[in-house]
Design a protein around this ligand. Structure first.
Ligand code: UFG
Length: 325
């Protein structure tokens, strides 16, 4: 099946493209390279440099390449940034998604996988969080994904657009050739590894007075390879109907545990200092992924954070400056 992947030059998008290409699927990557890297796109994929804000550009890509399905990763994804600049999220994330959806309807493309987020669940009543949990977005970022999920609900009802919304918890880790390279880097695991590589002096722990086993925030880290596998399974199931899945391992690790594990993996004592809390961080976020396991037979290969960190460490050592410019 020919698949157009928006944001396919980015961290998660490129890992999914890698698996699609390995499976022999024809892939078209549509990316404006604002955050992604041209070098992250495998040579087997067609690359279109384009911006979803430009309706003509996405129309042209769909007319020319005629994909049967879309995977939509292209997005801003920072909770903190969305609290500073909400219009980039409830504005651009939503209007870019709308441009894509309108173009898909006009070109008769009726299958889509949407990257959604655990940030839909700011006030969970149960932990781990399953798909029946009440949705209370934690930021304009989470809200933008919720709006896109709701729009897809109506496009399914009205046009028969089949969708899967995959709500990622904390994506991390690397494939052998693709890893995390953000500018600036704000995510915990790559920051910790930068300290191990001597590229940063220390990592700041954002708060140590949370109600968790050691006082630091607890998160459910999911390997990017396992996420990619979930996308491929979800795409294969779309003709059976639209769906929502929470994606994590069902086990959380605290910030201190991540730092300690990274110290073991890298053989370096990683310097850490407790700082103030970061606005918008919930204490605990853990996914219940029973639904996708049961319905699609998804089984994560790397459920433990140690294996996730090992893979990221391998990639960072092989690519100390990230993707070459
Ligand atoms: N953290 C630190 N110090 C740092 C960076 C992070 O202590 O320098 C802590 C955070 O407070 C948090 C944990 O490490 O408790 C993980 O933080 P990340 O920034 O790596 O990831 P987030 O949990 O903030 O967000 C990620 C994605 C979002 C997604 C969310 C869903 O970036 O897009 O997971 O859980 F919405």
């Amino acid at each position: 099946m020919k698949i157009l992947v928006t944001g396919g030059a980015g961290y998660i998008g490129s890992a999914v493209v890698e698996q699609l290409v390995d499976n022999g699927e024809p892939v078209v990557v549509f990316d404006n390279l604002s955050q992604g890297h041209r070098a992250a796109v495998p040579p087997e994929a067609i690359f279109v440099e384009g911006d979803l804000a430009d309706r003509k550009a996405i129309d042209a890509a769909l007319s020319q390449h005629r994909p049967e399905a879309v995977m939509h990763f292209a997005s801003r994804t920072l909770v903190g940034e969305s609290m500073q600049n909400p219009f980039l999220y409830v504005g651009d994330n939503v209007s870019n998604g709308l441009n894509l959806f309108k173009s898909m309807v006009e070109h008769g493309v009726k299958r889509i996988i949407l990257s959604s987020t655990a940030n839909l669940f700011d006030e969970p009543e149960r932990m781990p969080i399953d798909e029946s949990e009440r949705i209370v977005p934690g930021s304009p970022y989470g809200e933008s994904k919720f709006i896109l999920e709701r729009i897809l609900h109506w496009l399914d009802r009205i046009y028969g657009m089949r969708f899967a919304c995959l709500r990622y918890f904390n994506a991390a880790g690397a494939t052998l050739t693709r890893g995390e390279d953000h500018h600036p880097e704000l995510h915990l695991i790559p920051i910790v590894l930068q300290v191990a590589m001597g590229k940063r002096e220390k990592v700041s722990i954002f708060g140590s007075d949370y109600p968790t086993r050691d006082g630091t925030c607890l998160r459910d880290y999911i390997h990017v390879v396992d996420l990619a596998q979930a996308h491929i399974l979800a795409l294969g199931a779309l003709d059976g109907g639209s769906r929502f899945y929470n994606l994590g391992n069902g086990e959380g690790f605290t910030v201190k545990e991540v730092i300690d594990t990274a110290s073991e993996v890298t053989g370096t004592k990683i310097r850490a200092e407790v700082g103030p809390r970061r606005a918008g961080d919930p204490a605990v976020l853990v996914a219940a992924s029973g639904k996708i396991r049961k319905e699609l037979g998804w089984v994560p290969q790397y459920p433990h954070v140690r294996a996730i960190i090992e893979s990221a460490w391998r990639w960072h050592q092989a690519n100390p400056d990230g993707y070459a410019k």
